[in-house]
Ligand binder design. Structure first.
Ligand SMILES: [Zn+2]
Length: 323
């Protein structure tokens, strides 16, 4: 049974464009664009928080995987969902990890990929009162996933003009501060053990902390290096839609995240939309609730989710030239 599932998902992740930059050209296609519902996205965050912190090895972690599997089976179809499961020893503990892979429009060879990490941090060392306690991860984890879940709902009703894959990476936020080798566990495993060898979508977009109050998204530096045309297009769409205060037209920091791992292992040009800013001495700062107990539902701003959803829908449905 496992074998059958695996084969059917392989046939859905097909090989797309070659290495040239033609996959990063954009133009208004005059197509209709469906509406993003941030009310739904907000409720998907609430659902995830209701499990408790989704820390690898916990009950909440396992329950959340089933929740994602259900949602994506309903939207993409059961045969288009594949959970890549593995175990890894970290800090002297063997833990289970699950990357959730979903494929929409399996008939298209021409594809893009959207990603977010779904795990929540096992400790909130930025919290002066409870540095050892797992964090709720409303923005750091759940927000990106919630936007992808709402997009999936939309893809079901309105098949996009290009194939779209969604990946929820596990274990992004497991490492202790400064120990980058124990971050990005899911994306690294996926990069080293590709479920579909030769998988080559045009580009990828990673969402990380895309629902918090006071959010700003300057142009993250790795993203600009990997796919400058895509960064330009996304930030231009945002400006056109009046979200220039959110998607800042300025250079941000060099943020280590799953997109760097994906680019390293697969060459897929992936950008990161992530809430951060540079302080006066040019250092990266994350929001005040970051890696603390305050990263809970109260700091979620539906308008931020809405803006991110609107920009992505415009890009996916109306800016990508397809044959
Ligand atoms: Zn984090």
């Amino acid at each position: 049974m496992k074998g059958i599932l695996f084969t059917s998902i392989i046939s859905l992740f097909l090989i797309a464009c070659s290495d040239d930059q033609s996959g990063l050209q954009f133009k208004d296609q005059g197509r209709d664009v469906p509406e993003f519902n941030s009310r739904n996205a907000f409720s998907f965050i609430e659902d995830q928080l209701a499990f408790g912190p989704r820390v690898p090895g916990s009950d909440a972690h396992r329950e959340a995987v089933n929740y994602f599997r259900d949602h994506f089976s309903e939207t993409a179809g059961q045969r288009s969902v594949f959970v890549q499961q593995f175990e890894q020893e970290i800090y002297n503990e063997t833990l289970p990890f699950y990357n959730v892979l979903v494929s929409f429009g399996g008939e298209h060879t021409d594809r893009i990929v959207l990603a977010a990490h779904w795990d929540s941090r096992p400790r909130g060392e930025r919290d002066p009162d409870n540095p050892e306690l797992p964090i709720p991860g409303a923005d750091d984890g759940a927000s990106g996933v919630s936007v992808l879940m709402e997009l999936a709902t939309i893809f079901k009703e309105n098949p996009p003009p290009i194939g779209v894959d969604i990946i929820l990476f596990d274990g992004e936020d497991y490492g202790e501060e400064g120990d980058l080798a124990n971050y990005f566990i899911g994306s690294r495993y996926w990069g080293q053990n590709p479920p579909v060898p030769g998988y080559n979508p045009r580009f990828g977009i990673l969402l990380d902390m895309v629902g918090g109050e006071g959010a700003v998204f300057p142009k993250e530096v790795h993203s600009v290096n990997f796919a400058p045309q895509l960064v330009d297009e996304v930030w231009s769409i945002a400006a056109e839609k009046g979200h220039g205060e959110l998607f800042l037209n300025e250079r941000g920091g060099r943020v280590a995240d799953d997109h760097v791992i994906v680019e390293q292992y697969t060459g897929i040009p992936m950008i990161n939309i992530i809430h951060h800013r540079l302080n006066e001495s040019g250092q990266i700062e994350f929001p005040p609730y970051w890696h603390s107990q305050k990263d809970d539902i109260d700091i979620i701003d539906r308008n931020v989710l809405q803006a991110v959803g609107d920009v992505l829908l415009e890009l996916i449905y109306n800016r990508i030239p397809v044959d």
